[in-house]
Design a protein around this ligand. Structure first.
Ligand code: PLP
Length: 398
């Protein structure tokens, strides 16, 4: 299965350090199918122009190509409002500025979790510096969020921000339950879906969440582009964060009026080629049965995790049903970076370090882990080569 899909991805025709590439750093970024690369090249070669402004043919093609991305996102994730951002990080920062700053007062409570990526911690800490909100963190116990602690933290909360699927552990949090608990407590909810949308199709309206942030590059799309989905009611409470071209209706020297739709949050020339590329990725993904790949990859990851444990590794990922195929582990004595370099020498790409989740690392009692993350083009043979690669590292370091 993986081999035939790999044919769609030019990168898999190359070798790394004399070996066929085994790419297991998908939680960091995924590879791009030829249709995405071609769409972007074609845009720059034949249709390059600025969007939303001129009446000439190229401007029309550029606008159509870019707006196709928003349209596909609205359809795929069932959202009336899709603001195109540079990625998950900018999407969360946008929510903090455009919603947080206008709807939270000093002393108001925002609930986060110990499992968040830095991009869902730092923007709220910066907001706390600006308007003295209180941040409460739901603890993680054995890889799971403590929902009893969430219940307590929800007292008086105005916003709950939670990572749907952990980039470190692959754990899929019970977001449906968390949203329902948060809504009962009267809080708005932001979902960091950066690691979720690559693996499952989410109906945003059905979740009941108010904000959902994700990045194109983790789902076969280009880097530098992502989205913030916004519920109708939260949208009506937001105010523009960046001013400039494209987001206005009128400008006089005395003042300006703003667009009423998503464009009011997209000042300046947007990421046009990236939008065209993401649209191509979304079309391509629409033919992929994510659910069956998700189950297949989880099985591969579980098998890998079991064998790593037999080889003396400590595995932190729980790999329960629904989790992403992410295996985070450490060796008792070999430093993760040494491990990764020796794997790289065999053409195997994994990630090491704190994975932009230092509070979670502290909770796990480590400075960093080695992370092998699998995606739709990976198969059993990748897992086999990876495990053989691990044996070679252990032999070399013995
Ligand atoms: C869970 C999670 N949230 C947020 C981000 C940030 O995404 P980006 O760097 O594309 O903005 C990542 C990226 O690794 C992530 O895994």
């Amino acid at each position: 299965m993986g081999d035939s899909m790999k044919q769609d991805f030019p990168i898999f025709s190359r070798q790394v350090n004399g070996r066929p590439l085994v790419y297991l750093d998908n939680a960091a970024t995924t590879q791009k199918p030829a249709c995405v690369i071609d769409a972007m090249t074609q845009y720059y070669s034949l249709s390059n122009a600025n969007v939303h402004r001129a009446v000439h043919t190229l401007a029309g093609e550029a606008t159509e190509g870019y707006e196709a991305c928003r349209k596909l996102l609205k359809q795929r994730y069932n959202s009336d409002y899709v603001v195109i951002t540079s990625g998950t990080t900018e999407a969360i920062n946008l929510a903090a500025h455009a919603w947080g700053e206008h709807n939270l007062q000093p002393g108001d409570v925002v609930v986060l979790t110990e499992m968040e990526h830095h991009s869902d911690i730092v923007p709220w800490q910066m907001l706390a510096e600006r308007i003295a909100i209180e941040l409460r963190f739901v603890p993680v116990e054995d890889g799971e969020l403590d929902l009893d602690a969430l219940e307590v933290a929800l007292d008086g909360a105005k916003l709950v921000c939670v990572v749907h699927t952990s980039n470190v552990l692959g754990v899929r949090n019970p977001v449906e339950q968390i949203i329902s608990m948060s809504k009962s407590a009267g809080a708005r909810v932001l979902i960091d879906a950066a690691q979720a949308v690559p693996h499952e199709l989410i109906d945003f309206k059905e979740t009941g969440a108010d904000f959902m942030a994700f990045s194109a590059h983790k789902m076969c799309g280009p880097t530098g582009i992502g989205a913030l989905l916004i519920s109708d009611s939260a949208f009506s409470e937001m105010h523009p964060f960046m001013g400039g071209g494209d987001m206005i209706q009128t400008v006089t020297l005395e003042g300006s009026t703003y667009q009423t739709n998503e464009h009011k949050f997209e000042a300046g020339t947007p990421r046009i080629a990236e939008g065209v590329g993401w649209a191509a990725a979304l079309e391509w993904m629409s033919q992929i049965d994510l659910e069956s790949h998700h189950k297949r990859l989880l099985k591969i990851a579980k098998n890998v995790a079991g064998q790593l444990e037999e080889k003396g590794m400590k595995v932190y990922s729980t790999l329960n049903p629904g989790d992403a195929a992410v295996v985070s582990f450490t060796h008792p004595t070999i430093h993760p970076e040494d491990f990764a370099r020796l794997l790289d020498a065999q053409g195997i790409a994994v990630r090491t370090g704190h994975h932009c989740a230092q509070p979670l690392m502290e909770k796990l009692g480590v400075n960093g882990t080695i992370r092998a993350s699998f995606y739709i083009y990976n198969d059993d043979s990748d897992a086999e080569i990876f495990l053989t690669g691990i044996d070679r590292v252990l032999e070399a370091m013995a």
